[in-house]
Design a protein around this ligand. Structure first.
Ligand code: KIV
Length: 260
């Protein structure tokens, strides 16, 4: 899997399967099972560090986990989150993105749309591949008033659509769509030539991502509607990961029960 292949997946209609990874062991299992993308997500702030949100994750944290994952996931495309407040101006964005690339990222992910135009453009100008992230943006959980579905009202749906088109025009290679109505995700996906990767965004995205802990049934407290535990009917982690990949590819996951 590489960045060029992303568009080919979209053109052929093959769905892209993505899981988060934070360490070398899990990354090598995911890689062995044939996952298309590993996302070194700042969700590590929740599932590794035990935080209430992702706001406490630092660049050093992301670098540490990226280096570990890069040792395990050799055949898989590695996308790495730029953490909270690490892309507030162009100089900082470029410096931090380069640090993540040096650590083993092949693409960096930024949450948000047009408000980060300068950051997206400086990365484009410097040939650093970027993934966008629209809809529910965990780094904006305070502004968004909690982990809520986005894009239900026209104004919010229009903003997501406008942001997606703007990101594509700045050569963003893929866009994560988190917690938005399935119909909106379908429209956005159809309007773009780059792939969308959904989490709580319905089956018509071009790919799906889950936090690996959620996919293995390791969660404390509230379990979001879009989560499915693939270990339930499988004996071990490898079988669960293979079942996740198969379900994404044959479009049996997410079903309506996992969608908004
Ligand atoms: O940090 C993360 O794991 C993410 C996914 C929820 C898409 O951004």
């Amino acid at each position: 899997m590489n960045i060029k292949a992303l568009k080919t997946f979209k053109q052929s209609g093959e769905k892209i399967a993505c899981l988060t990874a934070y360490d070398a062991s899990f990354a090598s299992v995911f890689d062995m099972c044939g996952i298309d993308i590993v996302l070194i997500g700042d969700s590590l702030g929740n599932v590794i560090q035990g935080g209430e949100n992702t706001l406490g994750v630092s660049m050093d944290d992301m670098i540490y986990h990226t280096q570990a994952v890069a040792k395990g996931a050799k055949n898989t495309l590695r996308i790495v989150d730029m953490p909270y407040q690490s892309y507030t101006n162009t100089k900082q964005t470029l410096t931090n993105a380069k640090r993540l690339i040096m650590a083993g990222a092949q693409m960096v992910k930024l949450e948000g749309g047009c408000e980060h135009e300068a950051s997206f453009k400086i990365l484009q100008d410097n040939d650093i591949s970027v993934c966008g992230h629209l809809g529910l943006q965990p780094q904006s959980v305070i502004e968004m008033g909690g982990y809520k579905v986005q894009g239900r009202e026209k104004q919010s749906a229009d903003k997501i659509t406008k942001d997606a088109l703007a990101l594509a025009s700045w050569d963003v290679k893929a866009i994560v769509l988190e917690c938005i109505p399935a119909e909106l995700a379908k429209q956005v996906s159809q309007s773009l030539s780059i792939p969308t990767i959904g989490i709580g965004a319905g089956v018509n995205c071009d790919g799906q991502v889950l936090v690996s802990h959620d996919m293995l049934g390791i969660h404390v407290g509230h379990v979001p509607k879009f989560v499915k535990n693939f270990l339930t009917n499988n004996d071990d982690v490898k079988s669960a990961v293979s079942a996740f990949i198969k379900a994404v590819k044959d479009k049996s996951f997410p079903s309506r029960q996992h969608s908004y």
